[in-house]
Design a protein around this ligand. Structure first.
Ligand SMILES: Cc1cc2nc3c(=O)[nH]c(=O)nc-3n(C[C@H](O)[C@H](O)[C@H](O)COP(=O)(O)OP(=O)(O)OC[C@H]3O[C@@H](n4cnc5c(N)ncnc54)[C@H](O)[C@@H]3O)c2cc1C
Length: 325
């Protein structure tokens, strides 16, 4: 096992891989450490033999010129596609068409663009970093009994997890510790019959749910797989509920909404809840961390709380390290 690197990146979500890609392109030897069995973080897809759902990020948009260039490359490589299905907004009284936006999804799964980014990278999966320490100008990065060394490190994690790892003497520790992230309960369902709705996604502005999507309407998917997200307030209030409780409450809420929309209740199978403890940061927040002793943070919570923000924060982190003599 090679233990000496130029840069170690902790976290293989969009922010970590964007940083790693940029650093590698600049000639750095980069190792990415990821605690899960796969890459992608919150750009996740749950797959069973019978169904699949994007249960984290639903789609992404591209506002900045830099991200639009990356999106164009992913489109050419066919690892993403446009999601052109109609999206609505429910305000408790009326369903209105949502303002038009160019929405993109990974194909065939949400993490497909990340898998493309990962092709050129050294990534060690199932490796939860438990401690980092700077000794004689070198970062020692520990996971279980293993230890890797590098003069530079990128911590590309949700803010509370970053705060737990970064030593308190660093300014990025305070930045992360002062950032709260809100949870989100997701519920994945397969409906037994086609749901005859005039939209494939709807933002909900009342009650426990915040979003319903016909996941199968996205490119390279199929079937009657639906995805529900609960709003942050409800998810926080029900954070420690059992999966069975969440399934029953959110399933009943779906049927309540369907009856308001003049549809009959549905029966479903494959109901699977998932709790995102750190789903979203403050979408208004933009922070510009600097590198300190070769350590820099990245993550969506620094740059607007979305896929695009995560990508841009990874680039910024890499550039901050590359600018360090
Ligand atoms: C329910 C939900 C809905 C969303 N909807 C949208 C949307 O529609 N559009 C949009 O643009 N964005 C959406 N987002 C936000 C989007 O998913 C994130 O902005 C983006 O994926 C964050 O990327 P990241 O790299 O900053 O963090 P993450 O994706 O969280 O990546 C962090 C990685 O670090 C790993 N990790 C954690 N701790 C350790 C450790 N100690 N050691 C090693 N690895 C570790 C994690 O396993 C993870 O892979 C949504 C998020 C959620 C949860």
């Amino acid at each position: 096992m090679d233990t000496n690197w130029d840069v170690i990146v902790v976290g293989a979500g969009m922010a970590g891989l964007s940083a790693a890609q940029q650093l590698r392109a600049a000639g750095r030897r980069v190792l990415v450490l990821e605690k899960s069995r796969g890459i992608g973080g919150r750009m996740a897809t749950r797959r069973t033999d019978a169904a699949q759902w994007d249960h984290g990020a639903q789609y992404f948009t591209a506002r900045s010129a830099v991200f639009r260039r990356q999106v164009a490359q992913w489109l050419r490589a066919k690892v993403i596609a446009r999601w052109q299905a109609p999206v609505a907004v429910w305000n408790g009284l009326q369903l209105k068409t949502s303002s038009p936006q160019q929405r993109f999804v990974g194909t065939p799964t949400m993490n497909a663009p990340l898998r493309q980014m990962a092709e050129q990278l050294e990534i060690q999966l199932s490796t939860q970093v438990t401690a980092i320490e700077r000794v004689n100008g070198i970062w020692q990065v520990r996971a279980d009994s293993a230890c890797w060394l590098a003069p530079q490190i990128v911590i590309a994690l949700p803010a509370p997890q970053a705060a737990a790892l970064i030593p308190p003497v660093y300014s990025s520790h305070a930045m992360a510790a002062q950032t709260t992230m809100q949870p989100c309960w997701a519920l994945m369902l397969t409906c037994e019959q086609a749901l005859d709705l005039p939209f494939a996604g709807v933002f909900i502005n009342e009650g426990p749910l915040s979003w319903i999507a016909h996941d199968s309407s996205k490119a390279a998917r199929g079937g009657q797989n639906w995805l529900l997200h609960a709003c942050a307030e409800w998810s926080q209030a029900h954070l420690e509920d059992s999966p069975e409780q969440v399934m029953a409450l959110l399933g009943a809420e779906l049927n309540r909404l369907l009856s308001q929309w003049g549809k009959t209740s549905v029966t479903w199978q494959n109901a699977t809840p998932h709790r995102w403890r750190y789903a979203r940061g403050n979408t208004e927040q933009t922070l510009t961390p600097s590198a300190q002793d070769g350590l820099v943070v990245a993550g969506d919570w620094l740059a607007g709380g979305r896929v695009e923000g995560a990508y841009l924060s990874g680039l910024a982190a890499a550039n901050a390290l590359l600018a360090t003599p």
